[in-house]
Design a protein around this ligand. Structure first.
Ligand code: NDP
Length: 324
C-alpha cells in the first residue's frame, strides 16, 4: 500500500480547520486514492477542542485516514510533513496597529518556518491561509533557508473563486465557462481581480460587461466579500476558505492550466523578486509557473502596482521589526 502523506494543519480547532479536516481525510486534498495522516497543531488552550475534532474524524471511519496526531509543538507537528496548511494566525483586533499585528504573527510564523526547515519532508509544500497571508508566508519562508523558496505560498484561491462566481452570475453562465481568471497582488482589499484576460466562451470578459460594473461593482464586491459574509452570517467565511485551500493544494499536486496563487515573485510583471504575490499560474509537474506574456494595460497596471506596493510596505515593516 502507498505510504500515507502527512498533512499538518495549524489552527486545527478553529472554524476553517473544522471545515477543512474532514475534506482532507476524505481524499479531496490530494486524490481519492491517496492515504493521509493528519497532524493537528494548536495552541495549548485549544488542544482539547482539537481532540474533540479528532474524535469526530475517528467517527467518520474514513478509509484513507491512517492516523491523527494532536500537538502544541511545531517541531512535532511538522516532523516529516509533506503538506502544511498554516491556518492559525493572530486576527486583527479593533484598535490594533499593523505593526502589532505583524509582530504577533511573526511570533507564530517565524518559529513555524524554522520547524518546517528543520523537520519537514524534502517535498514539503506550504500554503498559508492565516492573515495577513502573503506576509505570514514570507516570514515563514525566511525562517526556512533550506527549503526551496517556491514551496511557500499564500492563498488567493478564495478570491479567485469569488471572482468566478460573481462574473458567472452577472453573465448568467456556468462558472465552468469562464477561463483564465486572475487575482493579482495581496490577499487584502487591494487585490486586483482581472477581467482583461479572463475569457467567457472565447471572448474577453471585460468586453462583455460595462466598465462601470467592472470598476465599481465587480472589483469591490470580490475584494470585500469577506466583510459581506461576516455581516450576513455573523461569522467569517470558513467553508469557502477551506474549499479554496483544498483547490489550491489539489491543483499544486495534480496540475492546472490557469488559476491564481500567491507565490514568490521571480520579477515577472514588475513584481519585485521574492515578494509573495498573487499571479496567474499554471501547475506543471508539481510546480507553480507564472503564466508569462500577458499584456497589462494602464487600468490593470495601476491596480497591480497598488497591491504590490502594499506587499512591499508589509515586507519592509516586518524587516524593521526584525521578523525577517
Ligand atoms: P478561522 O479558522 O476562521 O480563521 C483562521 C485564519 O484564517 C485567520 O487568520 C483568518 O484571517 C484567516 N482567513 C484567511 N482567509 C479567510 C477567509 N476567507 N475567511 C475567513 N478567514 C480567513 O479562525 P478561528 O479563530 O476560528 O480559529 C483559529 C484557530 O487558530 C484557533 O483555534 C486558534 O487557537 C488557532 N491558532 C493556532 C496557532 C498555532 O497553531 N500555533 C496560532 C494562532 C492561532 P482573518 O482573521 O483576517 O479573517
Amino acid at each position: 500500500a502507498q505510504t500515507p502523506v502527512k498533512v499538518t494543519v495549524t489552527g486545527a480547532a478553529g472554524q476553517i480547520g473544522y471545515a477543512l479536516l474532514f475534506r482532507i481525510a476524505s481524499g479531496q486534498l490530494l486524490g481519492a486514492d491517496v492515504p493521509v495522516k493528519l497532524s493537528l497543531l494548536e495552541i495549548p488552550q485549544a488542544v482539547k477542542a482539537a481532540e474533540g475534532t479528532a474524535m469526530e474524524l475517528d467517527d467518520c471511519a474514513f478509509p484513507l485516514l491512517s492516523g491523527i496526531e494532536i500537538t502544541d509543538d511545531p517541531n512535532v507537528a511538522f516532523n516529516g510533513a509533506n503538506v502544511a496548511l498554516l491556518v492559525g494566525a493572530m486576527p486583527r483586533k479593533a484598535g490594533m496597529e499593523r505593526g502589532d499585528l505583524l509582530e504577533a504573527n511573526g511570533g507564530i510564523f517565524g518559529p513555524q518556518g524554522k520547524a518546517i526547515n528543520d523537520h519537514a519532508a524534502d517535498d514539503i509544500r506550504v500554503l498559508v491561509v492565516g492573515n495577513p497571508a502573503n506576509t505570514n508566508a514570507l516570514i515563514a519562508q525566511q525562517h526556512a533557508p533550506d527549503v526551496p523558496a517556491e514551496r511557500f505560498t499564500a492563498m488567493t484561491r478564495l478570491d479567485h473563486n469569488r471572482a468566478l462566481s460573481q462574473l458567472a452570475a452577472k453573465l448568467q453562465v456556468p462558472v465552468t465557462e469562464i477561463k483564465k481568471m486572475t487575482i493579482w497582488g495581496n490577499h487584502s482589499a487591494t487585490q486586483y481581480p482581472d477581467l482583461f484576460h479572463a475569457e467567457v466562451g472565447g471572448k474577453i470578459a471585460a468586453e462583455l460587461v460595462d466598465e462601470g460594473w467592472l470598476r465599481d461593482t465587480f472589483i469591490p464586491t470580490v475584494a470585500k466579500r469577506g466583510a459581506a459574509i461576516i455581516e450576513a452570517r455573523g461569522a467569517s467565511s470558513a467553508a469557502s476558505a477551506a474549499n479554496a485551500a483544498i483547490d489550491h493544494v489539489y491543483d499544486w499536486v495534480n496540475g492546472a492550466e490557469w488559476t491564481s496563487a500567491a507565490i514568490p515573485s521571480d520579477g515577472s510583471y514588475g513584481v519585485p523578486e521574492g515578494l509573495i504575490s498573487s499571479f496567474p499560474v499554471a501547475s506543471r509537474n508539481g510546480k507553480w509557473e507564472i503564466i508569462q506574456g500577458l499584456e497589462i494595460d494602464a487600468f490593470s497596471r495601476e491596480r497591480i502596482d497598488a497591491s504590490v506596493r502594499e506587499l512591499e510596505e508589509e515586507r519592509d515593516a516586518v524587516r524593521q521589526l526584525g521578523l525577517i
